[in-house]
Design a protein around this ligand. Structure first.
Ligand code: NAD
Length: 315
């Protein structure tokens, strides 16, 4: 299997690359390193296990790399939900335009399989929780969520028009080693700057599903191996949720800071486009035989430990 991974130097992409290399796939990574880091895949580059090409999907020169590829894992995107309100045109280009360019490059190269990383935010503030893939009211409340839903629609159209296989994964919050954004990362960095006080965006009651990156990659590869449809769409997450105040408690405990004052900015959400409650139904994936294996609480603790280790000393 020859695979191209866009965004393979990023957080989730690099863990996917680890798994593909491990099972012996030929891997080419295309990444512009805007948020990715070569250290995430440095070992594979040095060993010659993968080919790395620094290119921007909005530029030219990478399209020929799709020739001879059996499958594209299109992971590259601007994943910042909060920042998406500040520059909608930019995130449209990074997410929708880049995805359509990937689809066009596939069509021209004759590549017929695509795996795409979508998001829980396509559901908006869903009234059904846990939210199933067939939830009828897809009304994203963030620019980021809207761009991902648009990408899904384009993939569905291309796959059905040209008889491709596609897999679309709507992720809960994915956390763990090498992550470069998100609430745990944010808390650790704030506490390093000021170990006495922690600002929490919103009222701290926002409750969501948090899934470890290893479980996420495992679920992606499991679903891809066990389904073959023009448009196979799966939620990936844990079966429980955890609120932001509980995450703060885990992070402060793991950093050895029991006396931190929590300061809430107030309101039921952290920022424009934040969904206060998110829990995805993973029944569809479970019906194939997959099991989440861990909880949000355990995933948060594991991720906090990994990020504290990775980003410096733990005090
Ligand atoms: P990330 O920022 O670590 O990874 C994105 C990668 O894409 C980076 O390496 C970046 O350099 C690269 N990239 C971005 N724009 C590019 C471009 N125009 N050309 C080439 N490379 C480009 O983010 P992540 O958290 O690993 O997210 C990976 C994917 O998963 C994204 O599609 C994101 O929307 C999706 N997702 C992530 C989460 C999460 O909790 N982390 C949740 C839902 C969905």
């Amino acid at each position: 299997m020859n695979a191209v991974v866009t965004g393979g130097a990023g957080f989730i992409g690099s863990h996917l690359v680890d798994a593909l290399v491990e099972r012996g796939d030929g891997v080419t990574v295309i990444d512009n390193l805007s948020t990715g880091d070569l250290r995430n895949i440095g070992g594979h580059i040095d060993s010659g296990a993968i080919r790395f090409v620094r290119e921007d999907l909005l530029g030219e020169g990478w399209q020929d790399l799709f020739r001879g590829a059996d499958r594209i894992y299109h992971i590259a995107a601007d994943p910042d939900v909060r920042a998406s309100a500040g520059n909608p045109a930019r995130i449209y280009a990074q997410n929708v335009t880049a995805t359509v360019r990937v689809l066009e490059a596939m069509r021209k190269a004759g590549t017929r399989e695509i795996v795409f990383t979508s998001t829980s935010t396509v559901y908006g503030e869903a009234e059904t929780i846990p939210t199933p893939e067939k939830y009828p009211g897809m009304e994203p409340i963030s620019i980021y969520g809207s761009t991902k839903l648009a990408c899904e629609a384009m993939i569905s159209g291309y796959a059905r028009t040209y008889d491709w296989r596609s897999w679309v994964f709507r992720f809960a919050n994915i956390i763990g080693e090498r992550s470069n954004h998100g609430v745990i990362w944010d808390f650790i960095h704030k506490l390093r700057r000021d170990p006495r006080e922690l600002e929490i965006l919103g009222d701290g009651k926002q409750a969501k599903s948090y899934c470890s990156v290893s479980a996420c990659v495992d679920a992606v590869l499991f679903a891809v191996s066990n389904t073959s449809e023009p448009f196979a769409c799966f939620n990936i997450g844990t079966e429980d949720w955890i609120d932001v105040t509980s995450i703060a408690a885990i992070v402060t405990e793991e950093m050895g800071l029991p006396d931190v004052t929590l300061r809430y900015t107030g309101g039921d959400r952290g920022w424009i486009g934040d969904v206060p409650r998110m829990l995805l139904s993973v029944e569809k994936l479970k019906s194939l035989g997959w099991r989440p294996g861990t909880t949000s609480q355990a995933s948060v603790r594991e991720a906090a430990r990994a990020l504290i280790r990775e980003t410096g000393d733990s005090s």
